[in-house]
Design a protein around this ligand. Sequence first.
Ligand SMILES: Cc1cc2nc3c(=O)[nH]c(=O)nc-3n(C[C@H](O)[C@H](O)[C@H](O)COP(=O)(O)OP(=O)(O)OC[C@H]3O[C@@H](n4cnc5c(N)ncnc54)[C@H](O)[C@@H]3O)c2cc1C
Length: 546
Amino acid sequence: MTNFSIKSRSSFIDQLTTKTFDVIIVGGGITGAGVLLDAQLRGLSCCLIEMQDFSEGTSSRSTRLIHGGLRYLKQFNFKLVKETGKERNVVAHIARHLTHPKKVMIPAIKNGTYSKTQLKIALWIYEKLAQVPKALRHKSYGLKEFTSVLPGINTKGLLGGIEYIEYQTNDARLTIEVIKKGVEEGGVAISKMKVVELLKNENNQAIGVKAYDMLNDKDITISGTCIINATGPWADDLMKRKKKTVLSKIKPSKGVHLVFDPQRFPLAKAVYFDTPDNRMIFAIPEDGKVYVGTTDTFYEGNIVSPEITKGDVAYLLNACNSMFPAISLTPSDVIGAWSGVRPLIHQKDKKPSEISRKYEIYKDASGLLTIAGGKLTGYRKMAEKVVNLSIKHHFVSRGLINNKTASYKLCGSDFKNELDYQTCHSNFLKKAVNLGWKKEEAQWVFSHYGSECEIILNDETAVPNGFPTYLYHSLMYSLTREMVLTPSDFLIRRTNLFHFYPDLVQKHYKTIADTIQAYTGKVEMEDQIQGIEKLKNTIANIHQLL
Ligand SMILES: Cc1cc2nc3c(=O)[nH]c(=O)nc-3n(C[C@H](O)[C@H](O)[C@H](O)COP(=O)(O)OP(=O)(O)OC[C@H]3O[C@@H](n4cnc5c(N)ncnc54)[C@H](O)[C@@H]3O)c2cc1C
């Protein structure tokens, strides 16, 4: 990846104001990112406009799983299970450094969501449909074995359980890796710029957008042939002038996750377990911590920073304490938390968790294409569908090539095959340790940046006194190649640090903020501090719920 930083921004703005793009994409979450890369690879000239940081909407607030579609089996949607499973294999291949098979235990409980036999049958069907490789298929556990893997689990009604595989990912990093490739392929991607108006010609056809550049406090006009609205839960805003759209059917639902230290919530393996109100949630050990989620409640509040209420925290703590009675978690044990809004497509009389996670594409009279709903897992297929439509409506005569993202490796996943991945991984750890890094620091860099790790290791920029080298050079990488403009861009979305390592953030915050300020120059320091302070307050508020 070449330079993608504040220093590229003015040349991006020049292009935005002078060129007519084939495709203008509004929204820099995983959906918009997928569209940028797909369309750019097919030979279309594209720009992507994001009003916050890339992935700052829903795409940095998920459960971070590349699902195989097990939940769709419960709805007897076999076609979707098959499609999702197949797609999971594709994403695992093109984003190898960000997709890790993770063993998940499901307790079988008398009168619970699943009996053990149901679980076995469901997983057998699921693994066939989703083409799960033999080595990764489920395993059945008797009661004794199950409790030895998950020692603190509530044994009341417990019959044993099943272990199956989910793929762990990092949603925000997946998004930025897709965007980086879209830019490398010639696209323009800009953050902190809000599309405020759809521009139309005398025939009422969309021909561009008016956007507000927050960093320069300036409006600009961007011209394009096809406009794609990939604004997730905000999708209706861009179309609100329309009286009746499919998006009037968007029903936002909020999901909250909490993070704990493993000393307070020791967990050898991930668990997907019943809640007292008959839903199911995950508890997942990751990056030295354990995160739990998600809630699923209809939501009508602020989408930019969906609030975490006392009820959300109590719900998750109660679910964990019911399944693991000895841990007795309280709000003061929470070290991190995030909250996001799903743009679900409304289905009458259904609870949020029963509503299908399908996506919809809608073309309005102006030609604006809106894509909303769906999952992180299916981003590539969603992009393919909407780009196909865009080509059908606008570019048929250009004889464009077919979609090729299924075999196109994302930034950081430049590995020939699995063996190459494993070899690069172990060689990197050895090399970094020889240079004086701790093994866990090298592991952290590899798990975030994949095959780009050598750039970070070989960086010779002088490191401020007392600041960890691996972290400083990761920051430099993200500043120069991942369009970091504020501390929260780096601490929350390019890395896991804010949610998982608050003490480290506290200790090094000033150096991180000063480094970003020195590099970006323009971005107001006050805004940066306010952003992070707001988040710190969220955790402080959770502690006060005690
Ligand atoms: C709690 C929760 C858990 C989930 N867990 C999983 C999971 O484990 N696995 C999975 O596959 N999926 C999961 N999902 C679903 C997945 O996260 C979403 O489907 C996906 O992130 C949606 O991406 P998006 O790009 O469509 O929307 P977003 O990520 O919200 O992106 C839309 C972007 O548009 C921008 N925008 C809005 N208006 C404008 C404007 N006027 N101008 C410029 N930019 C604008 C926003 O700032 C935002 O960044 C989960 C969702 C939630 C909420």
